[in-house]
Design a protein around this ligand. Structure first.
Ligand code: APR
Length: 236
């Protein structure tokens, strides 16, 4: 299969960061770090209780300083550095672990914890502080208008046209560490199949759309991804 592959699209989810100590979303208790998703990850929640939402994301942002990229992030960065064809790493993760591992052809479709979106001037700025303290927008200097640059439920993920085009033009779609519960990302495998693309899943357990993939490898991302990257780089 690998000999014919030139262009690759990779989708990652919370499972790729689990071994770094970042909590996944759908734990056995159905809660995300003690909160129901609709209390912290919707525009309605932010309108109702901005302080709770800001503090929730401030805590997630602060946590980033205590975690490091793992072997899966590092292997994907190595693939990015060496792969001669097109490659697009689409992550649903809002952490910065792919960035810190060195991935360059990277797109954060659900936003980033280290980005602030100013609702006054509509600019996005790098941000690693505390938003609940109501800091000034680094761009327009107004206070009281920053929100986490996170795509909440009910909002449109970023750069969907670019992702769809990359899926149409790739030869291999790889999904890593995602439960396949949240659309549109969960539907990328079906788009890929529609375009005749080879599909591979690597996850701890079968995702909701597991049956769509040509091949599923079950295990920890930190074990599976370095092995797969070594395999595919061997063939170039
Ligand atoms: N290696 C590989 N897979 C793992 C590992 C691991 N070490 N640990 C957990 N997993 C798998 C789980 O089995 C699960 O299928 O990763 C998946 C994580 O699923 P979710 O917690 O649902 O995370 P994700 O799919 O990224 O969620 C998608 O939902 O809440 C929204 O916007 C949020 O981006 C997020 C989206």
């Amino acid at each position: 299969m690998q000999r014919d592959i030139q262009n690759i699209v990779i989708l990652t989810g919370a499972g790729v960061s689990a071994e770094s100590g970042v909590a996944t979303f759908r734990g056995p208790d159905g809660l995300w770090e003690g909160h129901r998703v609709e209390d912290v990850a919707t525009p309605e929640a932010f309108a109702r209780d901005p302080d709770l939402v800001q503090k929730f994301y401030d805590a997630r942002r602060a946590k980033l300083r205590t975690v490091e990229p793992n072997a899966a992030h590092q292997a994907l960065a190595k693939l990015d550095a060496h792969w001669p064809g097109d490659l697009l790493l689409v992550t649903q993760n809002v952490d910065d672990l792919h960035d810190r591992a060195g991935s360059k052809r990277l797109l954060h479709m659900h936003g980033e914890l280290n980005s602030a979106w100013c609702l006054a001037c509509d600019e996005r700025s790098r941000f690693d502080g505390v938003m609940a303290d109501d800091p000034a927008c680094p761009h327009c200097q107004q206070t009281g208008h920053l929100r986490p640059d996170i795509v909440w439920f009910g909002e449109m993920p970023y750069q969907m046209e670019r992702i769809e085009l990359a899926l149409a033009q790739c030869d291999l779609f790889v999904s890593i560490g995602t439960s396949g519960a949240v659309y549109p990302a969960a539907g990328f495998v079906q788009s890929a199949r529609h375009y005749g693309v080879q599909t591979l899943e690597m996850n701890l357990d079968p995702s909701e759309g597991s049956f769509h993939f040509h091949e599923s490898r079950m295990g920890r991302a930190g074990d599976l991804v370095p092995d797969w990257v070594a395999e595919i780089l061997q063939d170039i």
